[in-house]
Design a protein around this ligand. Structure first.
Ligand SMILES: NC(=O)c1ccc[n+]([C@@H]2O[C@H](COP(=O)([O-])OP(=O)(O)OC[C@H]3O[C@@H](n4cnc5c(N)ncnc54)[C@H](OP(=O)(O)O)[C@@H]3O)[C@@H](O)[C@H]2O)c1
Length: 363
């Protein structure tokens, strides 16, 4: 029993490449994987810092080597993978695509160079390194890729549209590769953090106003630590995670589970007064033709034709209708008087949240 446990929860004998391992999430991941028994190769651009880290890891007894490599350069990525192939005998069990960068600006202010820089560092490097690693991962017979994406690839944040686009693309790439490479016994997953205390966001989090905004959107009321991300990354690489593939898992203190509801409340505040004045007629056609309204949420056509639905996010529909016409959420003490209670249903692909918001006249 103990031996089975040990092998399921150990990376002993495995080889790993972690990009960007000298600081932040990459650094924590190198240590996590090495502590669990993996032999790790990492890379970064700053040679001095890389050598310092390699010394530290050596003194901790970790088996870690490193290369200077700018992951945004196609040529250097090829050289990196050649090195990895030579030190690990053409086989690799784990690829962690961690390198990423950001420039925060309004969309109209980005230059072409900034666009290319963020795209090549975040998306192209992950894509190309996965391509280059494929024969090595396949040769190992049992392997795993983990992308470090971001919650910015799932929901809108104040972190810039290019960054969000690269992370959204990585999320989708995770699903494509998980299906395409499952036959090669390569699992592909993605970890999407919210604010984590690293050098990438140090200046931002030192700004009290910014930190307050982050904390106010986080149920756990704090930013995360790099080790709170690396623990999940390592888990996804373990034999214990052998049936998990194609998943995007948030490490976000609960931030993403609150966002839809919050958006809906804000939307409600701005829309409610004008909505009640609108006659339902113009909405009947729109609502009746809305595919999700009937299929996903079990709302009857009768209710639907007397309600309003708005797509307020990629996976979120806000349904507004009088509860007196929708018996499952009608409260016993509510009479069919002129003041009818309204229910705001916030539906996502995962769940249906109901928010009873009070009374409003529809007459
Ligand atoms: N921190 C957050 O709040 C947060 C939130 C969501 C997602 N993420 C994602 O998590 C990943 C890691 O971020 P982090 O916060 O740990 O960043 P970080 O503290 O800035 O560390 C980045 C690491 O990657 C290396 N690196 C950066 N650009 C590189 C390049 N072009 N080629 C090779 N190495 C490079 C850096 O070393 P050199 O500079 O010496 O190259 C460093 O080791 C990124 O993909 C980021 O988008 C972070």
């Amino acid at each position: 029993m103990a031996a089975r446990c040990n092998s399921r929860w150990s990376l002993s004998g495995m080889t790993a490449l972690v990009t960007g391992g000298t600081r932040g999430i990459g650094h924590a991941t190198v240590e996590e994987l090495a502590e669990m028994g993996a032999t790790v190769h990492t890379c970064s651009r700053n040679e001095e810092e890389l050598n310092q880290r390699l010394q530290e890891w050596k003194s901790k007894g970790f088996k870690v080597s490193g290369s200077v490599c700018d992951a945004s350069s196609r040529e250097q990525r090829v050289q990196l993978m050649e090195k990895v192939s030579s030190i690990f005998d053409g086989k690799l069990n784990i690829l962690i695509n961690n390198v990423g960068t950001n420039i925060r600006k309004p969309t109209v202010d980005y230059t072409a160079e900034e666009y290319s820089g963020i795209m090549s560092t975040n998306l192209e490097s992950s894509y190309h390194l996965s391509q280059l690693a494929h024969p090595l991962l396949k040769a190992s017979g049992n392997s795993s890729i983990v992308f470090i994406s971001s919650v910015a690839g799932l929901v809108h944040l104040f972190s810039g549209s290019i960054y969000g686009a690269t992370k959204g693309a990585i999320n989708q790439l995770t699903k494509n590769l998980a299906c395409e490479w499952a036959k090669d016994n390569i699992r592909v997953n993605c970890v999407a953090p919210w604010y984590i205390k690293t050098s990438l966001v140090k200046t931002l989090l030192e700004n009290k106003e910014f930190l307050d905004r982050v904390v106010s959107r986080t149920p756990l009321k704090r930013p995360g630590e790099p080790e709170e991300v690396s623990s999940l990354v390592a888990f996804l690489c373990l034999p214990a995670a052998s049936y998990i593939t194609g998943q995007i898992i948030c490490v976000d203190g609960g931030m993403t589970i609150t966002l839809s509801l919050k958006s809906a409340i804000q939307l409600h505040e701005s829309l409610t007064m004008s909505l009640v004045k609108v006659k339902s007629k113009s909405h009947q056609a729109e609502c009746g033709s809305h595919p999700n309204t009937h299929a996903c949420h079990g709302v009857s056509r009768e209710v639907c034709t007397t309600s309003w639905s708005f797509l307020i996010g990629p996976r979120t529909t806000l349904l507004i209708f009088p509860t007196t016409w929708y018996s499952p959420i009608k409260r016993k003490d509510q009479a069919n008087g002129p003041d009818r209670p309204l229910a705001f249903n916030v539906s996502t692909s995962h769940q249906l949240l109901r928010l009873h918001v009070g009374y409003m006249s529809l007459s």
